[in-house]
Design a protein around this ligand. Structure first.
Ligand code: SF4
Length: 114
């Protein structure tokens, strides 16, 4: 075996190992990033910090509750409900700003047309 082929035989496995380590570390980071992003999305849909005081007061004036007392009167059955993904990653309502849960409700519930 000459010097050149010795170096090639040595370098090939080292470069393959380096690539594998880089790939595996990238995969680990991606899984962590995805779970962090998922938790950020769900917590963002609870976050009212972007609302002004008057927007919060408007929201409160409608008596919004995150869990409807009667499931048939929940936001997902209301024609004012804006499903997640149309304009935002969180569901919303045409009456006020901020996130709304599909299972929430308020005093302005308006049933969807049958
Ligand atoms: S009006 Fe009330 S019940 Fe209807 S989507 Fe908005 S918050 Fe939900």
């Amino acid at each position: 075996m000459n010097r050149r082929s010795f170096i090639i035989r040595l370098a090939l496995p080292v470069s393959m190992l380096s690539s594998m380590a880089l790939f595996l570390s990238g995969c680990g980071g991606s899984k962590k990033d995805v779970s962090e992003k998922k938790s950020q999305i769900s917590s963002d849909c609870e976050d009212l910090s972007g609302l002004s005081e008057s927007e919060r007061m408007a929201r409160d004036s409608f008596g919004y509750e995150a869990q409807a007392a009667l499931p048939e009167r929940s936001c997902m059955h209301c024609k004012l409900f804006i499903p997640a993904g149309k304009t935002s990653p969180c569901a919303g309502c045409l009456l006020f700003k901020g996130p709304v849960k599909p299972e929430g409700s308020c005093i302005q519930f308006a049933p969807k047309d049958a």
